[in-house]
Ligand binder design. Sequence first.
Ligand code: NDP
Length: 460
Amino acid sequence: MVDASEYEYDLLVIGAGSGGVRAARMASATGANVAIVEDRYLGGTCVNVGCVPKKLYSYAAHFHDSFDDAAGFGWQLPEPARFDWATLRDNKISEIKRLNGIYQRLLEGAGVTLFNARATVVDAHTAVLKNGQGDLTVTAQKILLATGGWPWVPEFPGSEHALDSNQIFDLATFPKRFLVLGGGYIAVEFSSIFNGLGSETHLIYRGELFLKGFDQQVREFTCAEMERKGVNLHFNTNIERIEATGNAYNVYLTSGEVLEVDVVLAATGRKANINGLGLETLGLTLDEQGKLPVNERFETAIPSVLALGDLTAGPELTPVALAEAMQLVDHHFTDTVPKSLDYSTIPTAVFCHPNIGTVGLSEEAAREKFANIRVYCTDFRAMKHTLSGSQERTLMKLIVDDATDVVVGAHMVGEEAGEVIQGIAIAVRAGLTKHDFDRTVGIHPTGAEEFVTLRTLTRT
Ligand code: NDP
C-alpha cells in the first residue's frame, strides 16, 4: 500500500473510459483513496462512440440478411421491410444514457470521487481541474493518465466535410449514399453497417487490400464476402478532394472516379488524446508511434505518473485497457507482483459482415517465425444457408507449428466469429496442440465444431 499522508488522494485517474474506470474501482477496492476526473461522457470511447453503439448498429444491419434468409424457412414478411434510422439512433442514445448512469453508480458505489472537469497535470503529484467555474488543484500520490485516443483525419481539400467516428452515430438523417475512407477496423465495420441498413456504400482504401496485418486469406475471403453483400470496394485509391454540392458531396478519387454521396466518414486511425494534459510541463514525450512509453508497471518516465490503454503501446482494444488496469492496480496497490501481460495471444473481432474472429499469428507471420508450419482450412456454406438460399460462406483456419504441434493461430470469417474465437482463444493462449484440438469432441450441429474436426492438411 502507498503512504498517502502527504496527498489528498492515493490515486487520481484522468479519463473515465474503460481503463480509467476499471483502475479507479479496483484501486478503491484495495482501500486506496481514489478520485477520477472526466469532462465528457462516462465510459469513454467504447461505451459512447465505439464498441457498444457500433455493435448495436451492427445488430440492426444484420436484420437485412435475416429478413432475406427467413423466406426459405417459411416466413412471409411484408415487402419491402422499412428501416427507420431515427428509431435505431434514439434507442441507441437511450441505451448509452443508461450505461453512463451505470458507470456513475459503479464509481460512486466503489467510493471513488468523481470530478466533472478537465485536468492538466502540473507536476508529478498535482493536477489542476477546470470546469468553467474556477480551477481546483488536486494532489495525489499517483496520477494515472487514461485519456485514450481521438480520431484523426488527414488534411486534403474538403477534408472538413468528412465526419470522424465520433460524429457518425447520431446523424440527423440516414445517408442513402455512404462513403468511408480507410481500410482498418472502423472502415470495414461501418461499410458493413451502412450497407446492411440500406445505403449505397463505398469503401475507399489506399492499399491493395484492406485490413493490413490480418491473415492474407482472411482478408481476401472477407473482401469477396463483403462484395457479395453489395459493398463497393475501391482499392489502390485515395480521396483527392471533397466538394460540397448542396446537401451532398462529390468525392474525387485519385483513380479519377467521382462519387456523389450523402456522408463521408474518415476512418483513418486514432491518435493519443493528450491535448491540454500537461505532458510538456512534465517533460513527457510520445514515441515514434505516437504512444506514451511506460514500463511493465505502467510508469512513465516520472514514476508517480502512470498511463495505460490507448495512450500507450499495444492493441487499441477495450479488453486490453481493462487487463492493464487490473495489472496496474496489482502492481501499485497490492503486495502481488502480477505476471506480465501476454500481448501475443490477444483475440480480436472485426464486426464487418460476416464477422472476423482471430487469435495468434497470421499464416504469413507464422511462416516467418517457425521453420515449418501446417495450415488447416475449411471454407463452407453454413447449414442455415441450405434453406435460406444465402450464398454466404464461412472460413475457418488453424495454423500449427510443425515442430511442437502447438496451434499458434486460429482465424474465422463467418457468423458470430467473435463468439467462437473467444472460446478458441483460451486453447491458443494455453498453448494447446493440434492433437488436443483433435481429441476434443465437437458439438453437433454447429459451425464451430469444424475447429475440432479439421483433419485434412491444407498446406505446409
Ligand atoms: P486503423 O488504424 O485500424 O486503420 C486506419 C486506416 O486508415 C488504415 O487502413 C490506413 O491505411 C488508413 N489511413 C491512414 N492514414 C491515411 C491517409 N492519410 N489517407 C488514407 N488512408 C489512411 O484505424 P481505425 O480508425 O479503423 O480504428 C482505430 C483503432 O480502433 C483500431 O486500430 C482498433 O484498434 C480499434 N477498433 C477496434 C474495433 C474492434 O475491436 N472491433 C472496432 C473499431 C476500432 P494503411 O492500412 O495503408 O496504413
